[in-house]
Design a protein around this ligand. Structure first.
Ligand SMILES: O=C(CO)[C@@H](O)[C@H](O)COP(=O)(O)O
Length: 224
């Protein structure tokens, strides 16, 4: 009997989900080479499914995904886990509502991160998805849980599912991995649009009362 036996079916499904979601990062042009990673929490266990480190996107398969505990220790898989595993695990340990974490180096969001500058809430789409500006997290070195601590410190009291980690790039969270991927797609789109708008002149933020209404409608009414 291993820790995996109770959740074997769920882990099998999440291996496929996490593998497939990586193709959304390439589809939307959010990563180059082997940069970036997606993970999903395994409900009912202190485990996650995450991308293997440094494997080409074309070679990612359900079987090549890695299962670790929430401290990044390998539990199942043939490959070494992503270099951001400790960061993802820290988020899962400290934000129980989070079921998915994504990291990309998408160009425009990373450019804002390089400047350590939050993306102002200047578009209805930013109010909808992020509920305010997209915040900046501290600079942190890769490898241990420093990045995770920065993500949690920044997002714990924010409505934003995205943080621009200074001089690194965006990390996004969601109730599941799909939602975290969506936030990664959205943060790149708004980073690009607000950047272009700023080339044209001042970019006024939307007032807080309207941001609150936008966020409420999009989170609670929008869609089917
Ligand atoms: O920026 C980083 C490290 O934080 C990553 O995005 C790497 O670029 C991809 O690392 P692996 O997930 O392949 O280890």
């Amino acid at each position: 009997m291993t820790v995996l036996d109770d959740v074997a079916t769920t882990v099998g499904e999440l291996r496929r989900t996490v593998s497939d979601l990586h193709s959304q990062l390439t589809k939307y042009g959010l990563v180059i080479w082997t940069a970036g990673n997606v993970s999903a929490r395994v409900p009912g266990a202190d485990l996650m499914v995450i991308k293997p480190s440094g494997v080409d996107y074309d070679e990612l398969t359900p079987e090549s995904m890695v299962v670790t505990d929430l401290h990044g220790t390998l539990v199942d898989g043939e490959h070494a886990p992503s270099s951001d595993t400790a960061a993802h695990g820290y988020v899962y340990r400290h934000m129980p509502q989070v079921g998915g974490v994504v990291h990309t180096h998408s160009t425009y969001a990373t450019a804002w991160a390089a400047r350590s500058e939050p993306i102002p809430c200047a578009l209805t789409m930013i109010g909808d998805e992020f509920g305010g500006e997209v915040p900046v997290g501290p600079f942190a070195l890769i490898g241990d849980d420093s990045i995770g601590r920065g993500i949690v410190e920044t997002l714990r009291d924010s409505r934003s599912p995205a943080v621009l980690m200074a001089q690194h790039g965006p990390f996004t969270i969601g109730k599941d991995a799909w939602a975290a991927v969506k936030a990664a797609v959205m943060v790149e789109d708004v980073a690009r649009t607000v950047h272009i708008a700023r080339q044209l002149g001042d970019v006024p933020p939307i007032g807080q009362a309207d941001v609150d209404k936008l966020y409420d409608r999009y989170q609670n009414v929008y869609g089917q």
